[in-house]
Design a binder for this molecule. Structure first.
Ligand SMILES: Cc1ncc(COP(=O)(O)O)c(C=O)c1O
Length: 392
């Protein structure tokens, strides 16, 4: 039967009724190992008991009151994010794209408040992805996402990934800031080199423009750090977070330094649902676990185990796998065959992964996945490689 949904997601066949830990179950009871985790959202797997308890408890107290009133758990989550990062202030949204949008507004407002009304342009990198609302699609300028949607000049410029000279050349007296992903996600799991991050930071400081990191996908533990920028020691002025922050409940946030966020006075921005008590109750529960002593260290030991297993398969099956990219549990597999073929072969073996740019697939497992589940995934990958090597 045809669905009444718009066709923008194509027509997926699989349907899941239930999720538990690293597994998803169809209505017929078939089990799939989930290495999509809602595209890097369910960072603690499906229905983690601590998150379920937080949501259930909150749901009997208050669901929504709006930002007309104080929301204690929202203030608590903001304070925790401030304590754990470079930031001094937080604005909560409901999704990644809204967090990015809010960051763009903060950038422009910062310059406006200093009398630089023309400093509105924002520079993004090639193969970036920052979301699907109008400003983020204009930033990434991927024709697949922009065609038929933009009018006029929305105020964004693009430069080649990792090329500091091109970036310097693109900056004008109208540039407000730069946005980049410390680890590109949709573009194909690509680490932004630390020395480039440092050069960008220095350039921003030299020219008085702002640096925003988009950690919607790389954030919340996936890199082994709460935010991937912390591996480099190079802090931004703004950071967009979402996905894993709610462990499966919709939430987004833009984090900012005091200096940058100061012009965002009452009335300059808002969201009816942003900072909703249900979302921030779950967000706090996510941080309880992620910040527990040893949690991320243990997760990264298991990630290293998974990566070592994948590395062996790359050597064994060069017709299928070309390269492993990324960091921690943000894993990219660049394919020597078609990435769609590998995804299908994995799905046939009940391992679910996500497509990415650069003929890659992504493995985005739960951060608390067990070694047995990793072995199961490696086995499925080996079998898929075996089958595809024969047909290649
Ligand atoms: C780096 C990055 N930024 C922004 C977004 C947009 O987030 P959302 O889909 O929650 O709007 C995504 C989503 O995949 C992303 O990976």
């Amino acid at each position: 039967m045809q669905s009444a949904l718009m066709s923008n997601y194509g027509s997926p066949e699989l349907e899941f009724e239930r999720g538990q830990g690293s597994y998803l179950y169809t209505p017929q009871g078939e089990r799939y190992l989930d290495f999509t985790m809602g595209i890097a959202v369910n960072c603690l797997g499906h229905c983690h008991p601590h998150l379920v308890a937080a949501l259930q408890e909150q749901s009997t107290k208050i669901w929504h009151s709006s930002n007309l009133f104080r929301i204690p758990q929202t203030e608590k989550l903001a304070q925790r994010l401030v304590d754990l990062t470079f930031a001094d202030r937080v604005f909560f949204s409901n999704s990644g794209t809204e967090a990015v949008e809010a960051g763009f507004k903060v950038m422009r407002r910062y310059h406006y408040s200093r009398g630089n009304k023309d400093r509105v342009r924002i520079i993004a990198l090639s193969q970036s992805f920052h979301g699907r609302t109008l400003a983020p699609i204009a930033a990434s300028a991927n024709p697949l996402h922009t065609e038929g949607f933009l009018t006029g000049d929305p105020g964004f410029d693009q430069v080649p990934f990792g090329d500091i000279h091109a970036l310097r050349a693109a900056i004008t007296d109208k540039t407000a800031g730069i946005i980049l992903e410390p680890i590109q996600g949709e573009g194909g799991i690509r680490l932004t080199p630390f020395d480039y991050l440092l050069q960008v930071r220095e350039l921003c400081d030299e020219l008085g423009i702002l640096l925003m990191f988009d950690e919607v996908q790389s954030g919340v533990g996936r890199s082994g750090f709460l935010y991937a920028y912390q591996a480099s020691g190079i802090a931004p002025d703004l950071l967009a977070s979402a996905k894993g922050l709610g462990g499966g409940f919709p939430i987004g946030a833009v984090l900012a330094s005091e200096r940058v966020s100061a012009p965002m006075v009452a009335g300059t921005h808002g969201s009816t649902f942003g900072g909703n008590p249900l979302a921030t109750a779950v967000g706090n529960a996510v941080l309880d676990i992620l910040t527990a002593p040893g949690f991320l260290r243990t997760a990264m030991e298991s990630a290293a185990y998974l990566r070592a297993g994948i590395a062996k398969l790359i050597v064994a099956y060069p017709k299928v796998l070309e390269e492993q990219t990324g960091m921690g549990y943000m894993i990219g597999l660049r394919c020597a065959c078609s990435n769609a073929d590998l995804l299908n072969a994995l799905k046939d073996r009940h391992l679910l992964a996500v497509k990415a740019g650069n003929n890659s697939i992504r493995f985005l497992p739960a951060l608390n996945i067990s070694r047995n589940e990793i072995d199961e995934a490696l086995n499925a990958l080996k079998e898929a490689c075996e089958a595809l090597s024969v047909t290649a």
